[in-house]
Design a protein. Structure first.
Length: 217
């Protein structure tokens, strides 16, 4: 993120929620929607701050969409963060149309998982995905649901409880091997450091340590 430390003049910063909006109208109309298209039209009235909406209809449709006003600037990278207010190229030029906002209707996988995660790549119009939180929780949720489906399990109360209590961090699958490799290298490399209190190394480190001893002989 940029900071205000280097800015001494006006800042191009605003919040769409301060602009006259129809969000209350949208919230009162959504319960009255009769079908998928009605719901999408009603959701488009939620034009205040951005909201991520996951929904299901009684006639079998599921979906995810982002509502709200997302400001547009001439440059995508300028849209999500404040800029120097004295430069006209940083001004808002409008809002991202509802039809261009991220959405997924009836995906082929048959389910949608949303965990307050980033909803779009940074390159999307308006920079919607620029400042979103990490996607680790959503990736894990998708992984668990796929597992339930492959086992023929219906995702019910028991499965939802299992997901809530899950402690697996999918990012460790990529990070942990590197950490273990570095730890193994530090343990087996000659060093004046006293390792007498260290934990027993893994089998891989044991093998590497034996090899190092043979080389030293």
């Amino acid at each position: 993120f940029n900071t205000l430390e280097h800015l001494t003049g006006p800042v191009a910063l605003a919040w769409p929620a301060y602009i006259e909006q129809r969000s209350v109208l949208g919230m009162t109309h959504i319960p009255l929607a009769n079908n998928l298209q009605d719901f999408i039209k009603c959701a488009s009235l939620l034009d205040g701050s951005a909201e991520a909406i996951t929904f299901a209809t009684i006639d079998g449709h599921i979906g995810f969409l982002v509502s709200g006003r997302i400001p547009k600037r001439d440059h995508i990278e300028y849209s999500a963060i404040f800029r120097d207010g004295t430069n006209k190229s940083h001004d808002w030029t409008g809002f991202v149309p509802a039809s261009e906002m991220p959405r997924s209707i009836d995906p082929e996988e048959g389910f949608i998982a949303s965990c307050n995660n980033k909803v779009a790549p940074p390159s999307i119009k308006g920079g919607i995905g620029t400042t979103g939180p990490d996607t680790v929780r959503a990736l894990r949720a998708n992984e668990l649901i796929r597992g339930f489906v492959s086992e023929g399990r219906v995702v019910g109360e028991r499965e939802m409880m299992d997901m809530q209590m899950d402690t697996v961090d999918t990012s460790t699958k990529h990070i942990l091997p590197e950490i273990l490799s570095i730890a193994c290298l530090l343990y087996t490399s000659p060093s004046p450091r006293d390792l007498s209190t260290s934990r027993m190394p893994s089998s891989a480190c044991k093998k590497k340590k034996k090899k190092n001893k043979k080389r030293q002989k």
